[in-house]
Ligand binder design. Structure first.
Ligand SMILES: Cc1ncc(C[n+]2csc(CCOP(=O)(O)OP(=O)(O)O)c2C)c(N)n1
Ligand SMILES: CC(=O)[C@@H](O)[C@H](O)COP(=O)(O)O
Ligand SMILES: [Mg+2]
Length: 623
């Protein structure tokens, strides 16, 4: 028998409206239990989701989905929304291959209005949707839900700068839990904190109630009504002046776990004929003590034991990130000019240790990748040696800054490209498959892809001495120890021959070398002796090596875990075409497609980049 009474009643969009009002707190508790139980098995973004249960319920109660739209920022907190829109039974497959996505997906449900994964897009997207409603002549409601962390992103401010022009109802919910993944940072966070704990808090709450009670019904001049009351109580709104001055009526702070208050205030806000921001206070991890106590650990977590909150299968094998984390600490000691920058990911990038040791030389700039890169450029222009670590897919945000602010001036910024290659369960939005293409197109840029943890250390040493822009890409998870006995010093633009063979030359890029080596062993078992080369420098790549193998081998294969177009293999093919080489060249890479969620193993298999597929494809090629 199911342990859920009210949750069992919810199988479709708007079924929540059938639940008796006095049972909402029970339903909220059931949803929390369901989330903890399921995410403990599949892994996922637990803490953020536990924080928005009541908020999501309230939105579903006051809106008419799918006609009305909710646009979730990042989208990592949309699990309750999924539960309330007929996807509860799919939670056993959350983030699994071909399973339920961990983010909103328009192709998953008509209730998902906009695909997300990267931060700070919600206000822009919701404004676009609301503007289309206006042009289409309908009054459907649009609500953007943005976290306090996501509000540190420049894109959110660009959107805020624009919303007043809409001149009709548009609701922004600011879900303020005082946390990004780590503690939130920056001036806006401090500003929100002032409002959160300001001495007018109680009076202010009362005042909001007063204000909303006093709002005339539809048809009256609502904005004038709001303004009148506000003018009378100006001192209570002083801290929220920023939003008001942007033309967005500020309402709050509101208790994000009081569903009645949320319903009432949102209902009223939806009647105001211009943009409104409701400042909702929530607790990240709410209702599950281990997550409340350690929201960073439970922001995104693999499977864990519900009773203890401890991770299952916690491994103490070093990741590439761990190796970077230790090495940058050591380099920071040697070179006083080294500074380190993260865009809101001190834990994920391993820079927390550097920050603890060198607080004055460590900068968490918030979810602000563009700013992070230009800030690094400024530091480099004035004698510092910035190491900036950002996940491969989040660098996409900062492309112009990399070109315009760093490479054009040939500044010595080291770009640590973490999570390069397939990342797995976060899916399309997070796969780090474009960085080789977009970094290698830029003049002055150097790119290194180390084959194992030891070589990552060498690459970092190389970067420390190098006086120009340089990117070092490595993948999520365990560092490979493949060919660890080969310990050559890095030489600019030089590759490394790992195995001398005869039938075919295989050049592999960074993290795919281990898989390729396993394929080589299978080829050996079938009587073939391939040559295996570590590309190592993707830009400038080793042209002498290409000239040499072009003379020796009929068959040449390149392998990389990145998109084919603009990748390493294409650069090699283009060079060989220029030199009029007539060899048969096969380029194994990711075709022109986005890569879904799944384990890295499953995805490599699907993309035919696992050892078995590599072996088979090479056999077919050389036969
Ligand atoms: C462009 C970009 N940079 C970084 C991230 C990684 N990231 C995902 S959620 C998150 C924190 C978001 O904080 P907030 O919006 O307050 O939501 P909360 O998790 O607190 O609910 C970060 C940094 C991202 N998704 N997109
Ligand atoms: C939602 C988001 O963007 C992050 O939480 C991301 O999922 C973190 O990825 P890692 O688990 O690889 O740090
Ligand atoms: Mg937050």
């Amino acid at each position: 028998m199911s342990k859920y009474v009210y949750l069992d009643e919810i199988n479709n969009i708007n079924d929540i409206k059938k639940i008796p009002h006095d049972k909402y707190p029970v339903l909220a508790q059931e949803i929390r239990n369901f989330l903890v139980e399921n995410v403990s098995k599949t892994g996922g973004h637990l803490a953020s989701n536990l924080g928005v249960v009541e908020l999501t319920m309230a939105l579903h109660l006051v809106l008419n989905l799918p006609k009305d739209k909710i646009v979730w920022d990042v989208g990592h907190q949309a699990y309750t929304h999924k539960i309330l829109t007929g996807r509860k039974d799919d939670f056993t497959t959350l983030r699994c291959f071909e399973g339920l996505s961990g983010f909103p997906k328009r192709n998953e449900s008509e209730a998902d209005s906009f695909d997300t994964g990267h931060s700070s897009t919600s206000i822009s997207a919701a404004l676009g949707i609301a503007t289309a409603n206006k042009l289409n002549g309908n009054d459907d409601k649009v609500v953007a839900v943005i976290g306090d962390g996501a509000l540190t992103g420049g894109l959110a401010f660009e959107a805020l700068n624009n919303v007043a022009a809409l001149k009709r109802n548009f609701v922004i919910i600011l879900n303020d839990n005082n946390m990004s993944i780590a503690e939130n940072v920056g001036g806006m966070s401090k500003y929100l904190n002032k409002i959160r704990v300001g001495e007018h808090y109680n009076e202010f709450k009362v005042d909001v109630e007063h204000l909303l009670k006093g709002i005339p019904k539809i048809g009256d001049n609502l904005s004038a009504g709001v303004k009148r009351v506000k003018d009378n109580f100006k001192q209570f709104f002083v801290h929220a002046k920023f939003f008001d001055d942007m033309g967005v009526t500020y309402i709050g702070p509101v208790d994000g776990h009081n569903i009645d208050e949320l319903i009432r205030i949102t209902e009223d806000a939806l009647k105001i004929e211009h943009p409104v921001l409701i400042h909702v206070l929530t607790k990240k991890g709410k209702g599950y003590l281990p997550a409340e106590n350690n929201p960073t650990k439970f922001h995104g977590i693999d499977s864990f034991d519900v009773k203890t909150g401890e991770k299952i299968n916690e491994s103490n094998v070093k990741t590439y990130t761990d190796i970077f984390s230790d090495k940058i600490l050591e380099l920071g000691n040697e070179n006083k000019n080294i500074v380190a920058i993260t865009a809101a990911m001190p834990d994920g990038t391993g820079l927390k240790k550097f920050g603890d040791k060198y607080p004055d030389k460590f900068f968490d700039v918030g979810i602000a990748e563009e700013h992070a890169v230009t800030f690094a450029a400024g530091l480099a222009a004035n004698g510092k040696k910035p190491f900036i670590s950002i996940y491969s897919s989040f660098y996409q945000r900062a492309y112009d800054q990399i070109i315009h602010d760093v490479c054009l001036q040939n500044l010595p910024v080291t770009f640590i490209v973490d999570r390069a290659g397939l990342v797995g369960k976060d899916g399309e939005t997070h796969q780090g498959i474009f960085d080789i293409s977009f970094f290698s197109n830029i003049p002055n840029m150097t790119i290194i892809a180390p084959k194992n943890g030891r070589e990552l250390e060498k690459a970092l040493e190389f970067a420390q001495k190098y006086n120009g822009p340089i990117a070092i890409r490595f993948s999520r998870g365990k560092a490979s120890n493949v060919f660890e006995n080969l310990n050559n010093e890095l030489v600019m633009g030089k590759s490394e021959t790992l195995i001398e063979g005869k039938h075919v030359a295989i050049i592999a890029v960074g993290n795919i070398i281990e898989e390729t080596y396993n394929a080589v062993k299978s080829l050996n078992a079938k009587g073939y002796k391939p040559t295996l080369i570590n590309a190592l420098f993707l830009k400038p790549f080793d042209k002498e090596m290409i000239d040499s193998i072009a003379k020796k081998y009929k068959y040449i294969v390149t392998i990389e875990e990145g998109i084919r177009h603009g990748g390493y293999g294409e650069a090699v093919i283009s060079y060989m075409a220029d030199k009029n080489y007539k060899n048969d060249v096969m380029n194994l890479a990711i075709e022109d497609e986005f890569v879904e969620q799944g384990t890295v193993e499953e995805l490599r298999k699907k993309l035919q980049l696992d050892a078995d597929s590599i072996c088979e494809r090479i056999l077919n090629f050389i036969k």
